[in-house]
Design a protein. Structure first.
Length: 82
């Protein structure tokens, strides 16, 4: 999974992808691993994270919708006027 995550990060950066939805992300001790700190990562729940949303654009105003999010589903609202 490390290689898949590394490849994903490379593609995100290479193609300037703003929003990425990840299913079954690589985790260590129930925490997402191998994603750069420069990317905003949205996830929810206390257990093993099975989905996440990664934002690679500081211009996007994104808010996690906690009422609709858990380990299996992450919902966000994007409020930007880009």
């Amino acid at each position: 999974m490390r290689t898949a995550t590394s490849n994903l990060v490379q593609l995100i950066n290479q193609h300037n992808v703003d929003i990425t939805y990840i299913q079954e992300p690589y985790t260590i001790n129930n925490k997402l691993a191998r994603l750069p700190r420069s990317h905003k990562v949205y996830k929810s729940g206390d257990g093993r994270k099975r989905t996440a949303i990664v934002i690679n654009n500081d211009q996007l105003d994104v808010t996690l919708i906690t009422q609709l999010s858990n380990e299996d589903c992450v919902a966000v609202e994007e409020n930007s006027n880009i």
